[in-house]
Design a protein around this ligand. Structure first.
Ligand code: AMP
Length: 470
């Protein structure tokens, strides 16, 4: 695999911000806690007491990082927080956000979810101009652009900076006295606005609002800039929206099932509907439907409901192991599946089993699961059902998918994948089936399934698109 240059393109993350709450940092802590699934590599919180910013960040999980002592070092009524996803090339503390910087108008802290596709280009340009970068994160480019931008106010500078930037960003910028939330014109990543005790809250997903008893107000709109300060809330729409491109993978895998995203649609319900549609597309005789936990659970329930086949948990997950996908080395990942999942022989022995997962990326997980169900579980037949279409395109907008060569479906037919994972049968949800579940499908980016990339990206990413064969 080629080493990535300059920018680490994997920027899946969770963001949280709160304005005007006496316990701002504590709320940020809880918000990040509930957004932990969006990133487990590192986390940070920056608070403002109106005069000065205070920051605490580390590698690791939210619960381990934020001791009482550290939270006490975050005074003030404004705070922003960030969970960072693990990456292939850039596991450094310097890449953990918030990024804090001083500029002409004071101090700022930014947290960013998404991926800037022209970051390398801009970075080169800024470096030629004398800028010194601290991290390999594309988010730092935004900080430099804001610092270099013209304008007497932060919003003016942010607008100026973002007019240079192309890609996905759900972004929070905190100043000493202000919180600014921005969603890119395509609305690729989710971002919602809520309210608790008279304080405004902004978060990647609504599950973060639930934990702190905040009420959902609305989504931050694609291309919208929300300025929250002592004068209240002001919305500006200057970033031009050509089309929406909500990330379909948020529904398939990334967001939490209890969250409502992209216009307040429930993730669990959508996943169940994918499962129901999958059952309609390929009726299969079997004795039991089981999910690959946790990612396949809602779709498997939908599948079982629609097919009338008995549902049970035939694979038990050890919840104290991190997501296997985030382990950087192949060897560890192979081991990871086994350490994470174990079959329930009592349920599976001699049975025809339908096993539902949300996606196949490289194929290694499914292969291990089939083997495990046959050998450990004693299943007679194994029918793998995937509640999304074949993943054929890498993501440049913030989902951690590998290069095209590594995506098994980009170079193999479904029958070849079936043979590789050694299942008795394998079917995926059709693209049209997925379309039928989401009536506003044209507002989504489904490039990972249809190669239709809504936001142009410069040549540096093209190598990732190359096929190794065929
Ligand atoms: P693989 O072994 O590469 O085929 O991985 C497939 C598994 O990874 C499935 O169980 C998915 O739920 C999960 N998965 C899919 N996309 C991601 C992602 N971006 N991050 C972490 N896990 C993922």
């Amino acid at each position: 695999m080629k080493k990535r240059v300059f920018h680490d393109i994997h920027e899946e993350c969770g963001v949280f911000g709160v304005f005007n709450h006496p316990e701002a940092a504590n709320l940020a802590y809880l918000g990040l806690y509930s957004l932990q699934h969006r990133g487990q590599e590192g986390a940070g919180i920056c608070s403002s007491d109106g005069k000065q910013l205070h920051i605490e960040k580390s590698m690791g999980l939210v619960a381990d990082i934020f001791t009482e002592k550290r939270l006490k070092r975050l005074p003030g009524h404004i705070a922003v927080g960030h969970n960072r996803y693990s990456t292939a090339g850039g596991s450094f503390l310097k890449n953990v956000q918030p990024i804090v910087a001083n500029f002409a108008l004071g101090s700022l802290a930014i947290v960013h979810n998404g991926n800037i596709v022209n970051a390398t280009e801009i970075k080169k340009e800024l470096e030629m101009d004398g800028a010194i970068f601290q991290s390999t994160s594309d988010s730092e480019v935004i900080v430099h652009l804001i610092a270099h931008a013209k304008g007497d106010s932060a919003p003016e500078r942010i607008i100026h900076a973002l007019s240079r930037v192309s890609g996905a960003y759900s972004l929070l910028v905190m100043l000493e006295k202000e919180l600014i939330a921005v969603r890119d014109p395509y609305g690729v990543r989710p971002l919602c606005l809520g309210e608790v005790d008279g304080a405004y809250v902004v978060a990647s997903e609504t599950c973060a609002l639930d934990l702190i008893n905040a009420t959902y107000i609305r989504d931050v709109e694609p291309g919208e800039i929300l300025i929250i300060n002592e004068n209240g809330l002001k919305s500006i729409k200057v970033l031009q929206t050509i089309r929406k491109a909500f990330c379909i993978f948020e529904f398939i895998y990334f967001s939490r099932p209890d969250s409502y995203i992209f216009g307040y649609q429930n993730v669990n319900e959508t996943r169940k509907e994918f499962g129901r549609q999958l059952a309609r597309e390929m009726p299969t005789e079997a004795d039991i439907v089981i999910p690959v936990p946790d990612s396949g659970v809602p779709a498997a329930i939908g599948y079982a409901e629609e097919s009338g086949i008995h549902f049970d948990f035939g694979l038990i997950r050890n919840h104290y192991v991190g997501r296997t996908f985030i382990e950087p080395k192949q060897s560890i990942r192979h081991f990871g599946v086994k350490i994470k999942l174990n079959p329930v022989r009592k349920l599976l022995e001699g049975k025809r089993v339908i096993v539902v997962d949300d996606s196949i990326v490289r194929g290694t997980t499914s292969k291990k699961i089939v083997k495990m169900l046959r050998e450990g579980g004693g299943a007679k037949e194994i029918h793998m059902r995937i509640s999304s279409p074949p993943t054929i395109g890498p993501c440049f907008y913030g989902i951690d998918t590998p290069t095209r060569q590594e995506l098994i479906a980009s170079s193999h037919l479904v029958e070849e994948i079936r043979r590789y994972i050694t299942a008795d049968s394998l079917t995926y949800l059709s693209l049209n089936g997925m379309r039928s579940v989401l009536p506003d499908f044209d507002d989504y980016c489904a490039a990972c399934f249809d190669n239709n990339y809504p936001i142009n990206f410069p040549g540096e990413h093209l190598e990732q698109l190359e096929l190794s064969f065929r």
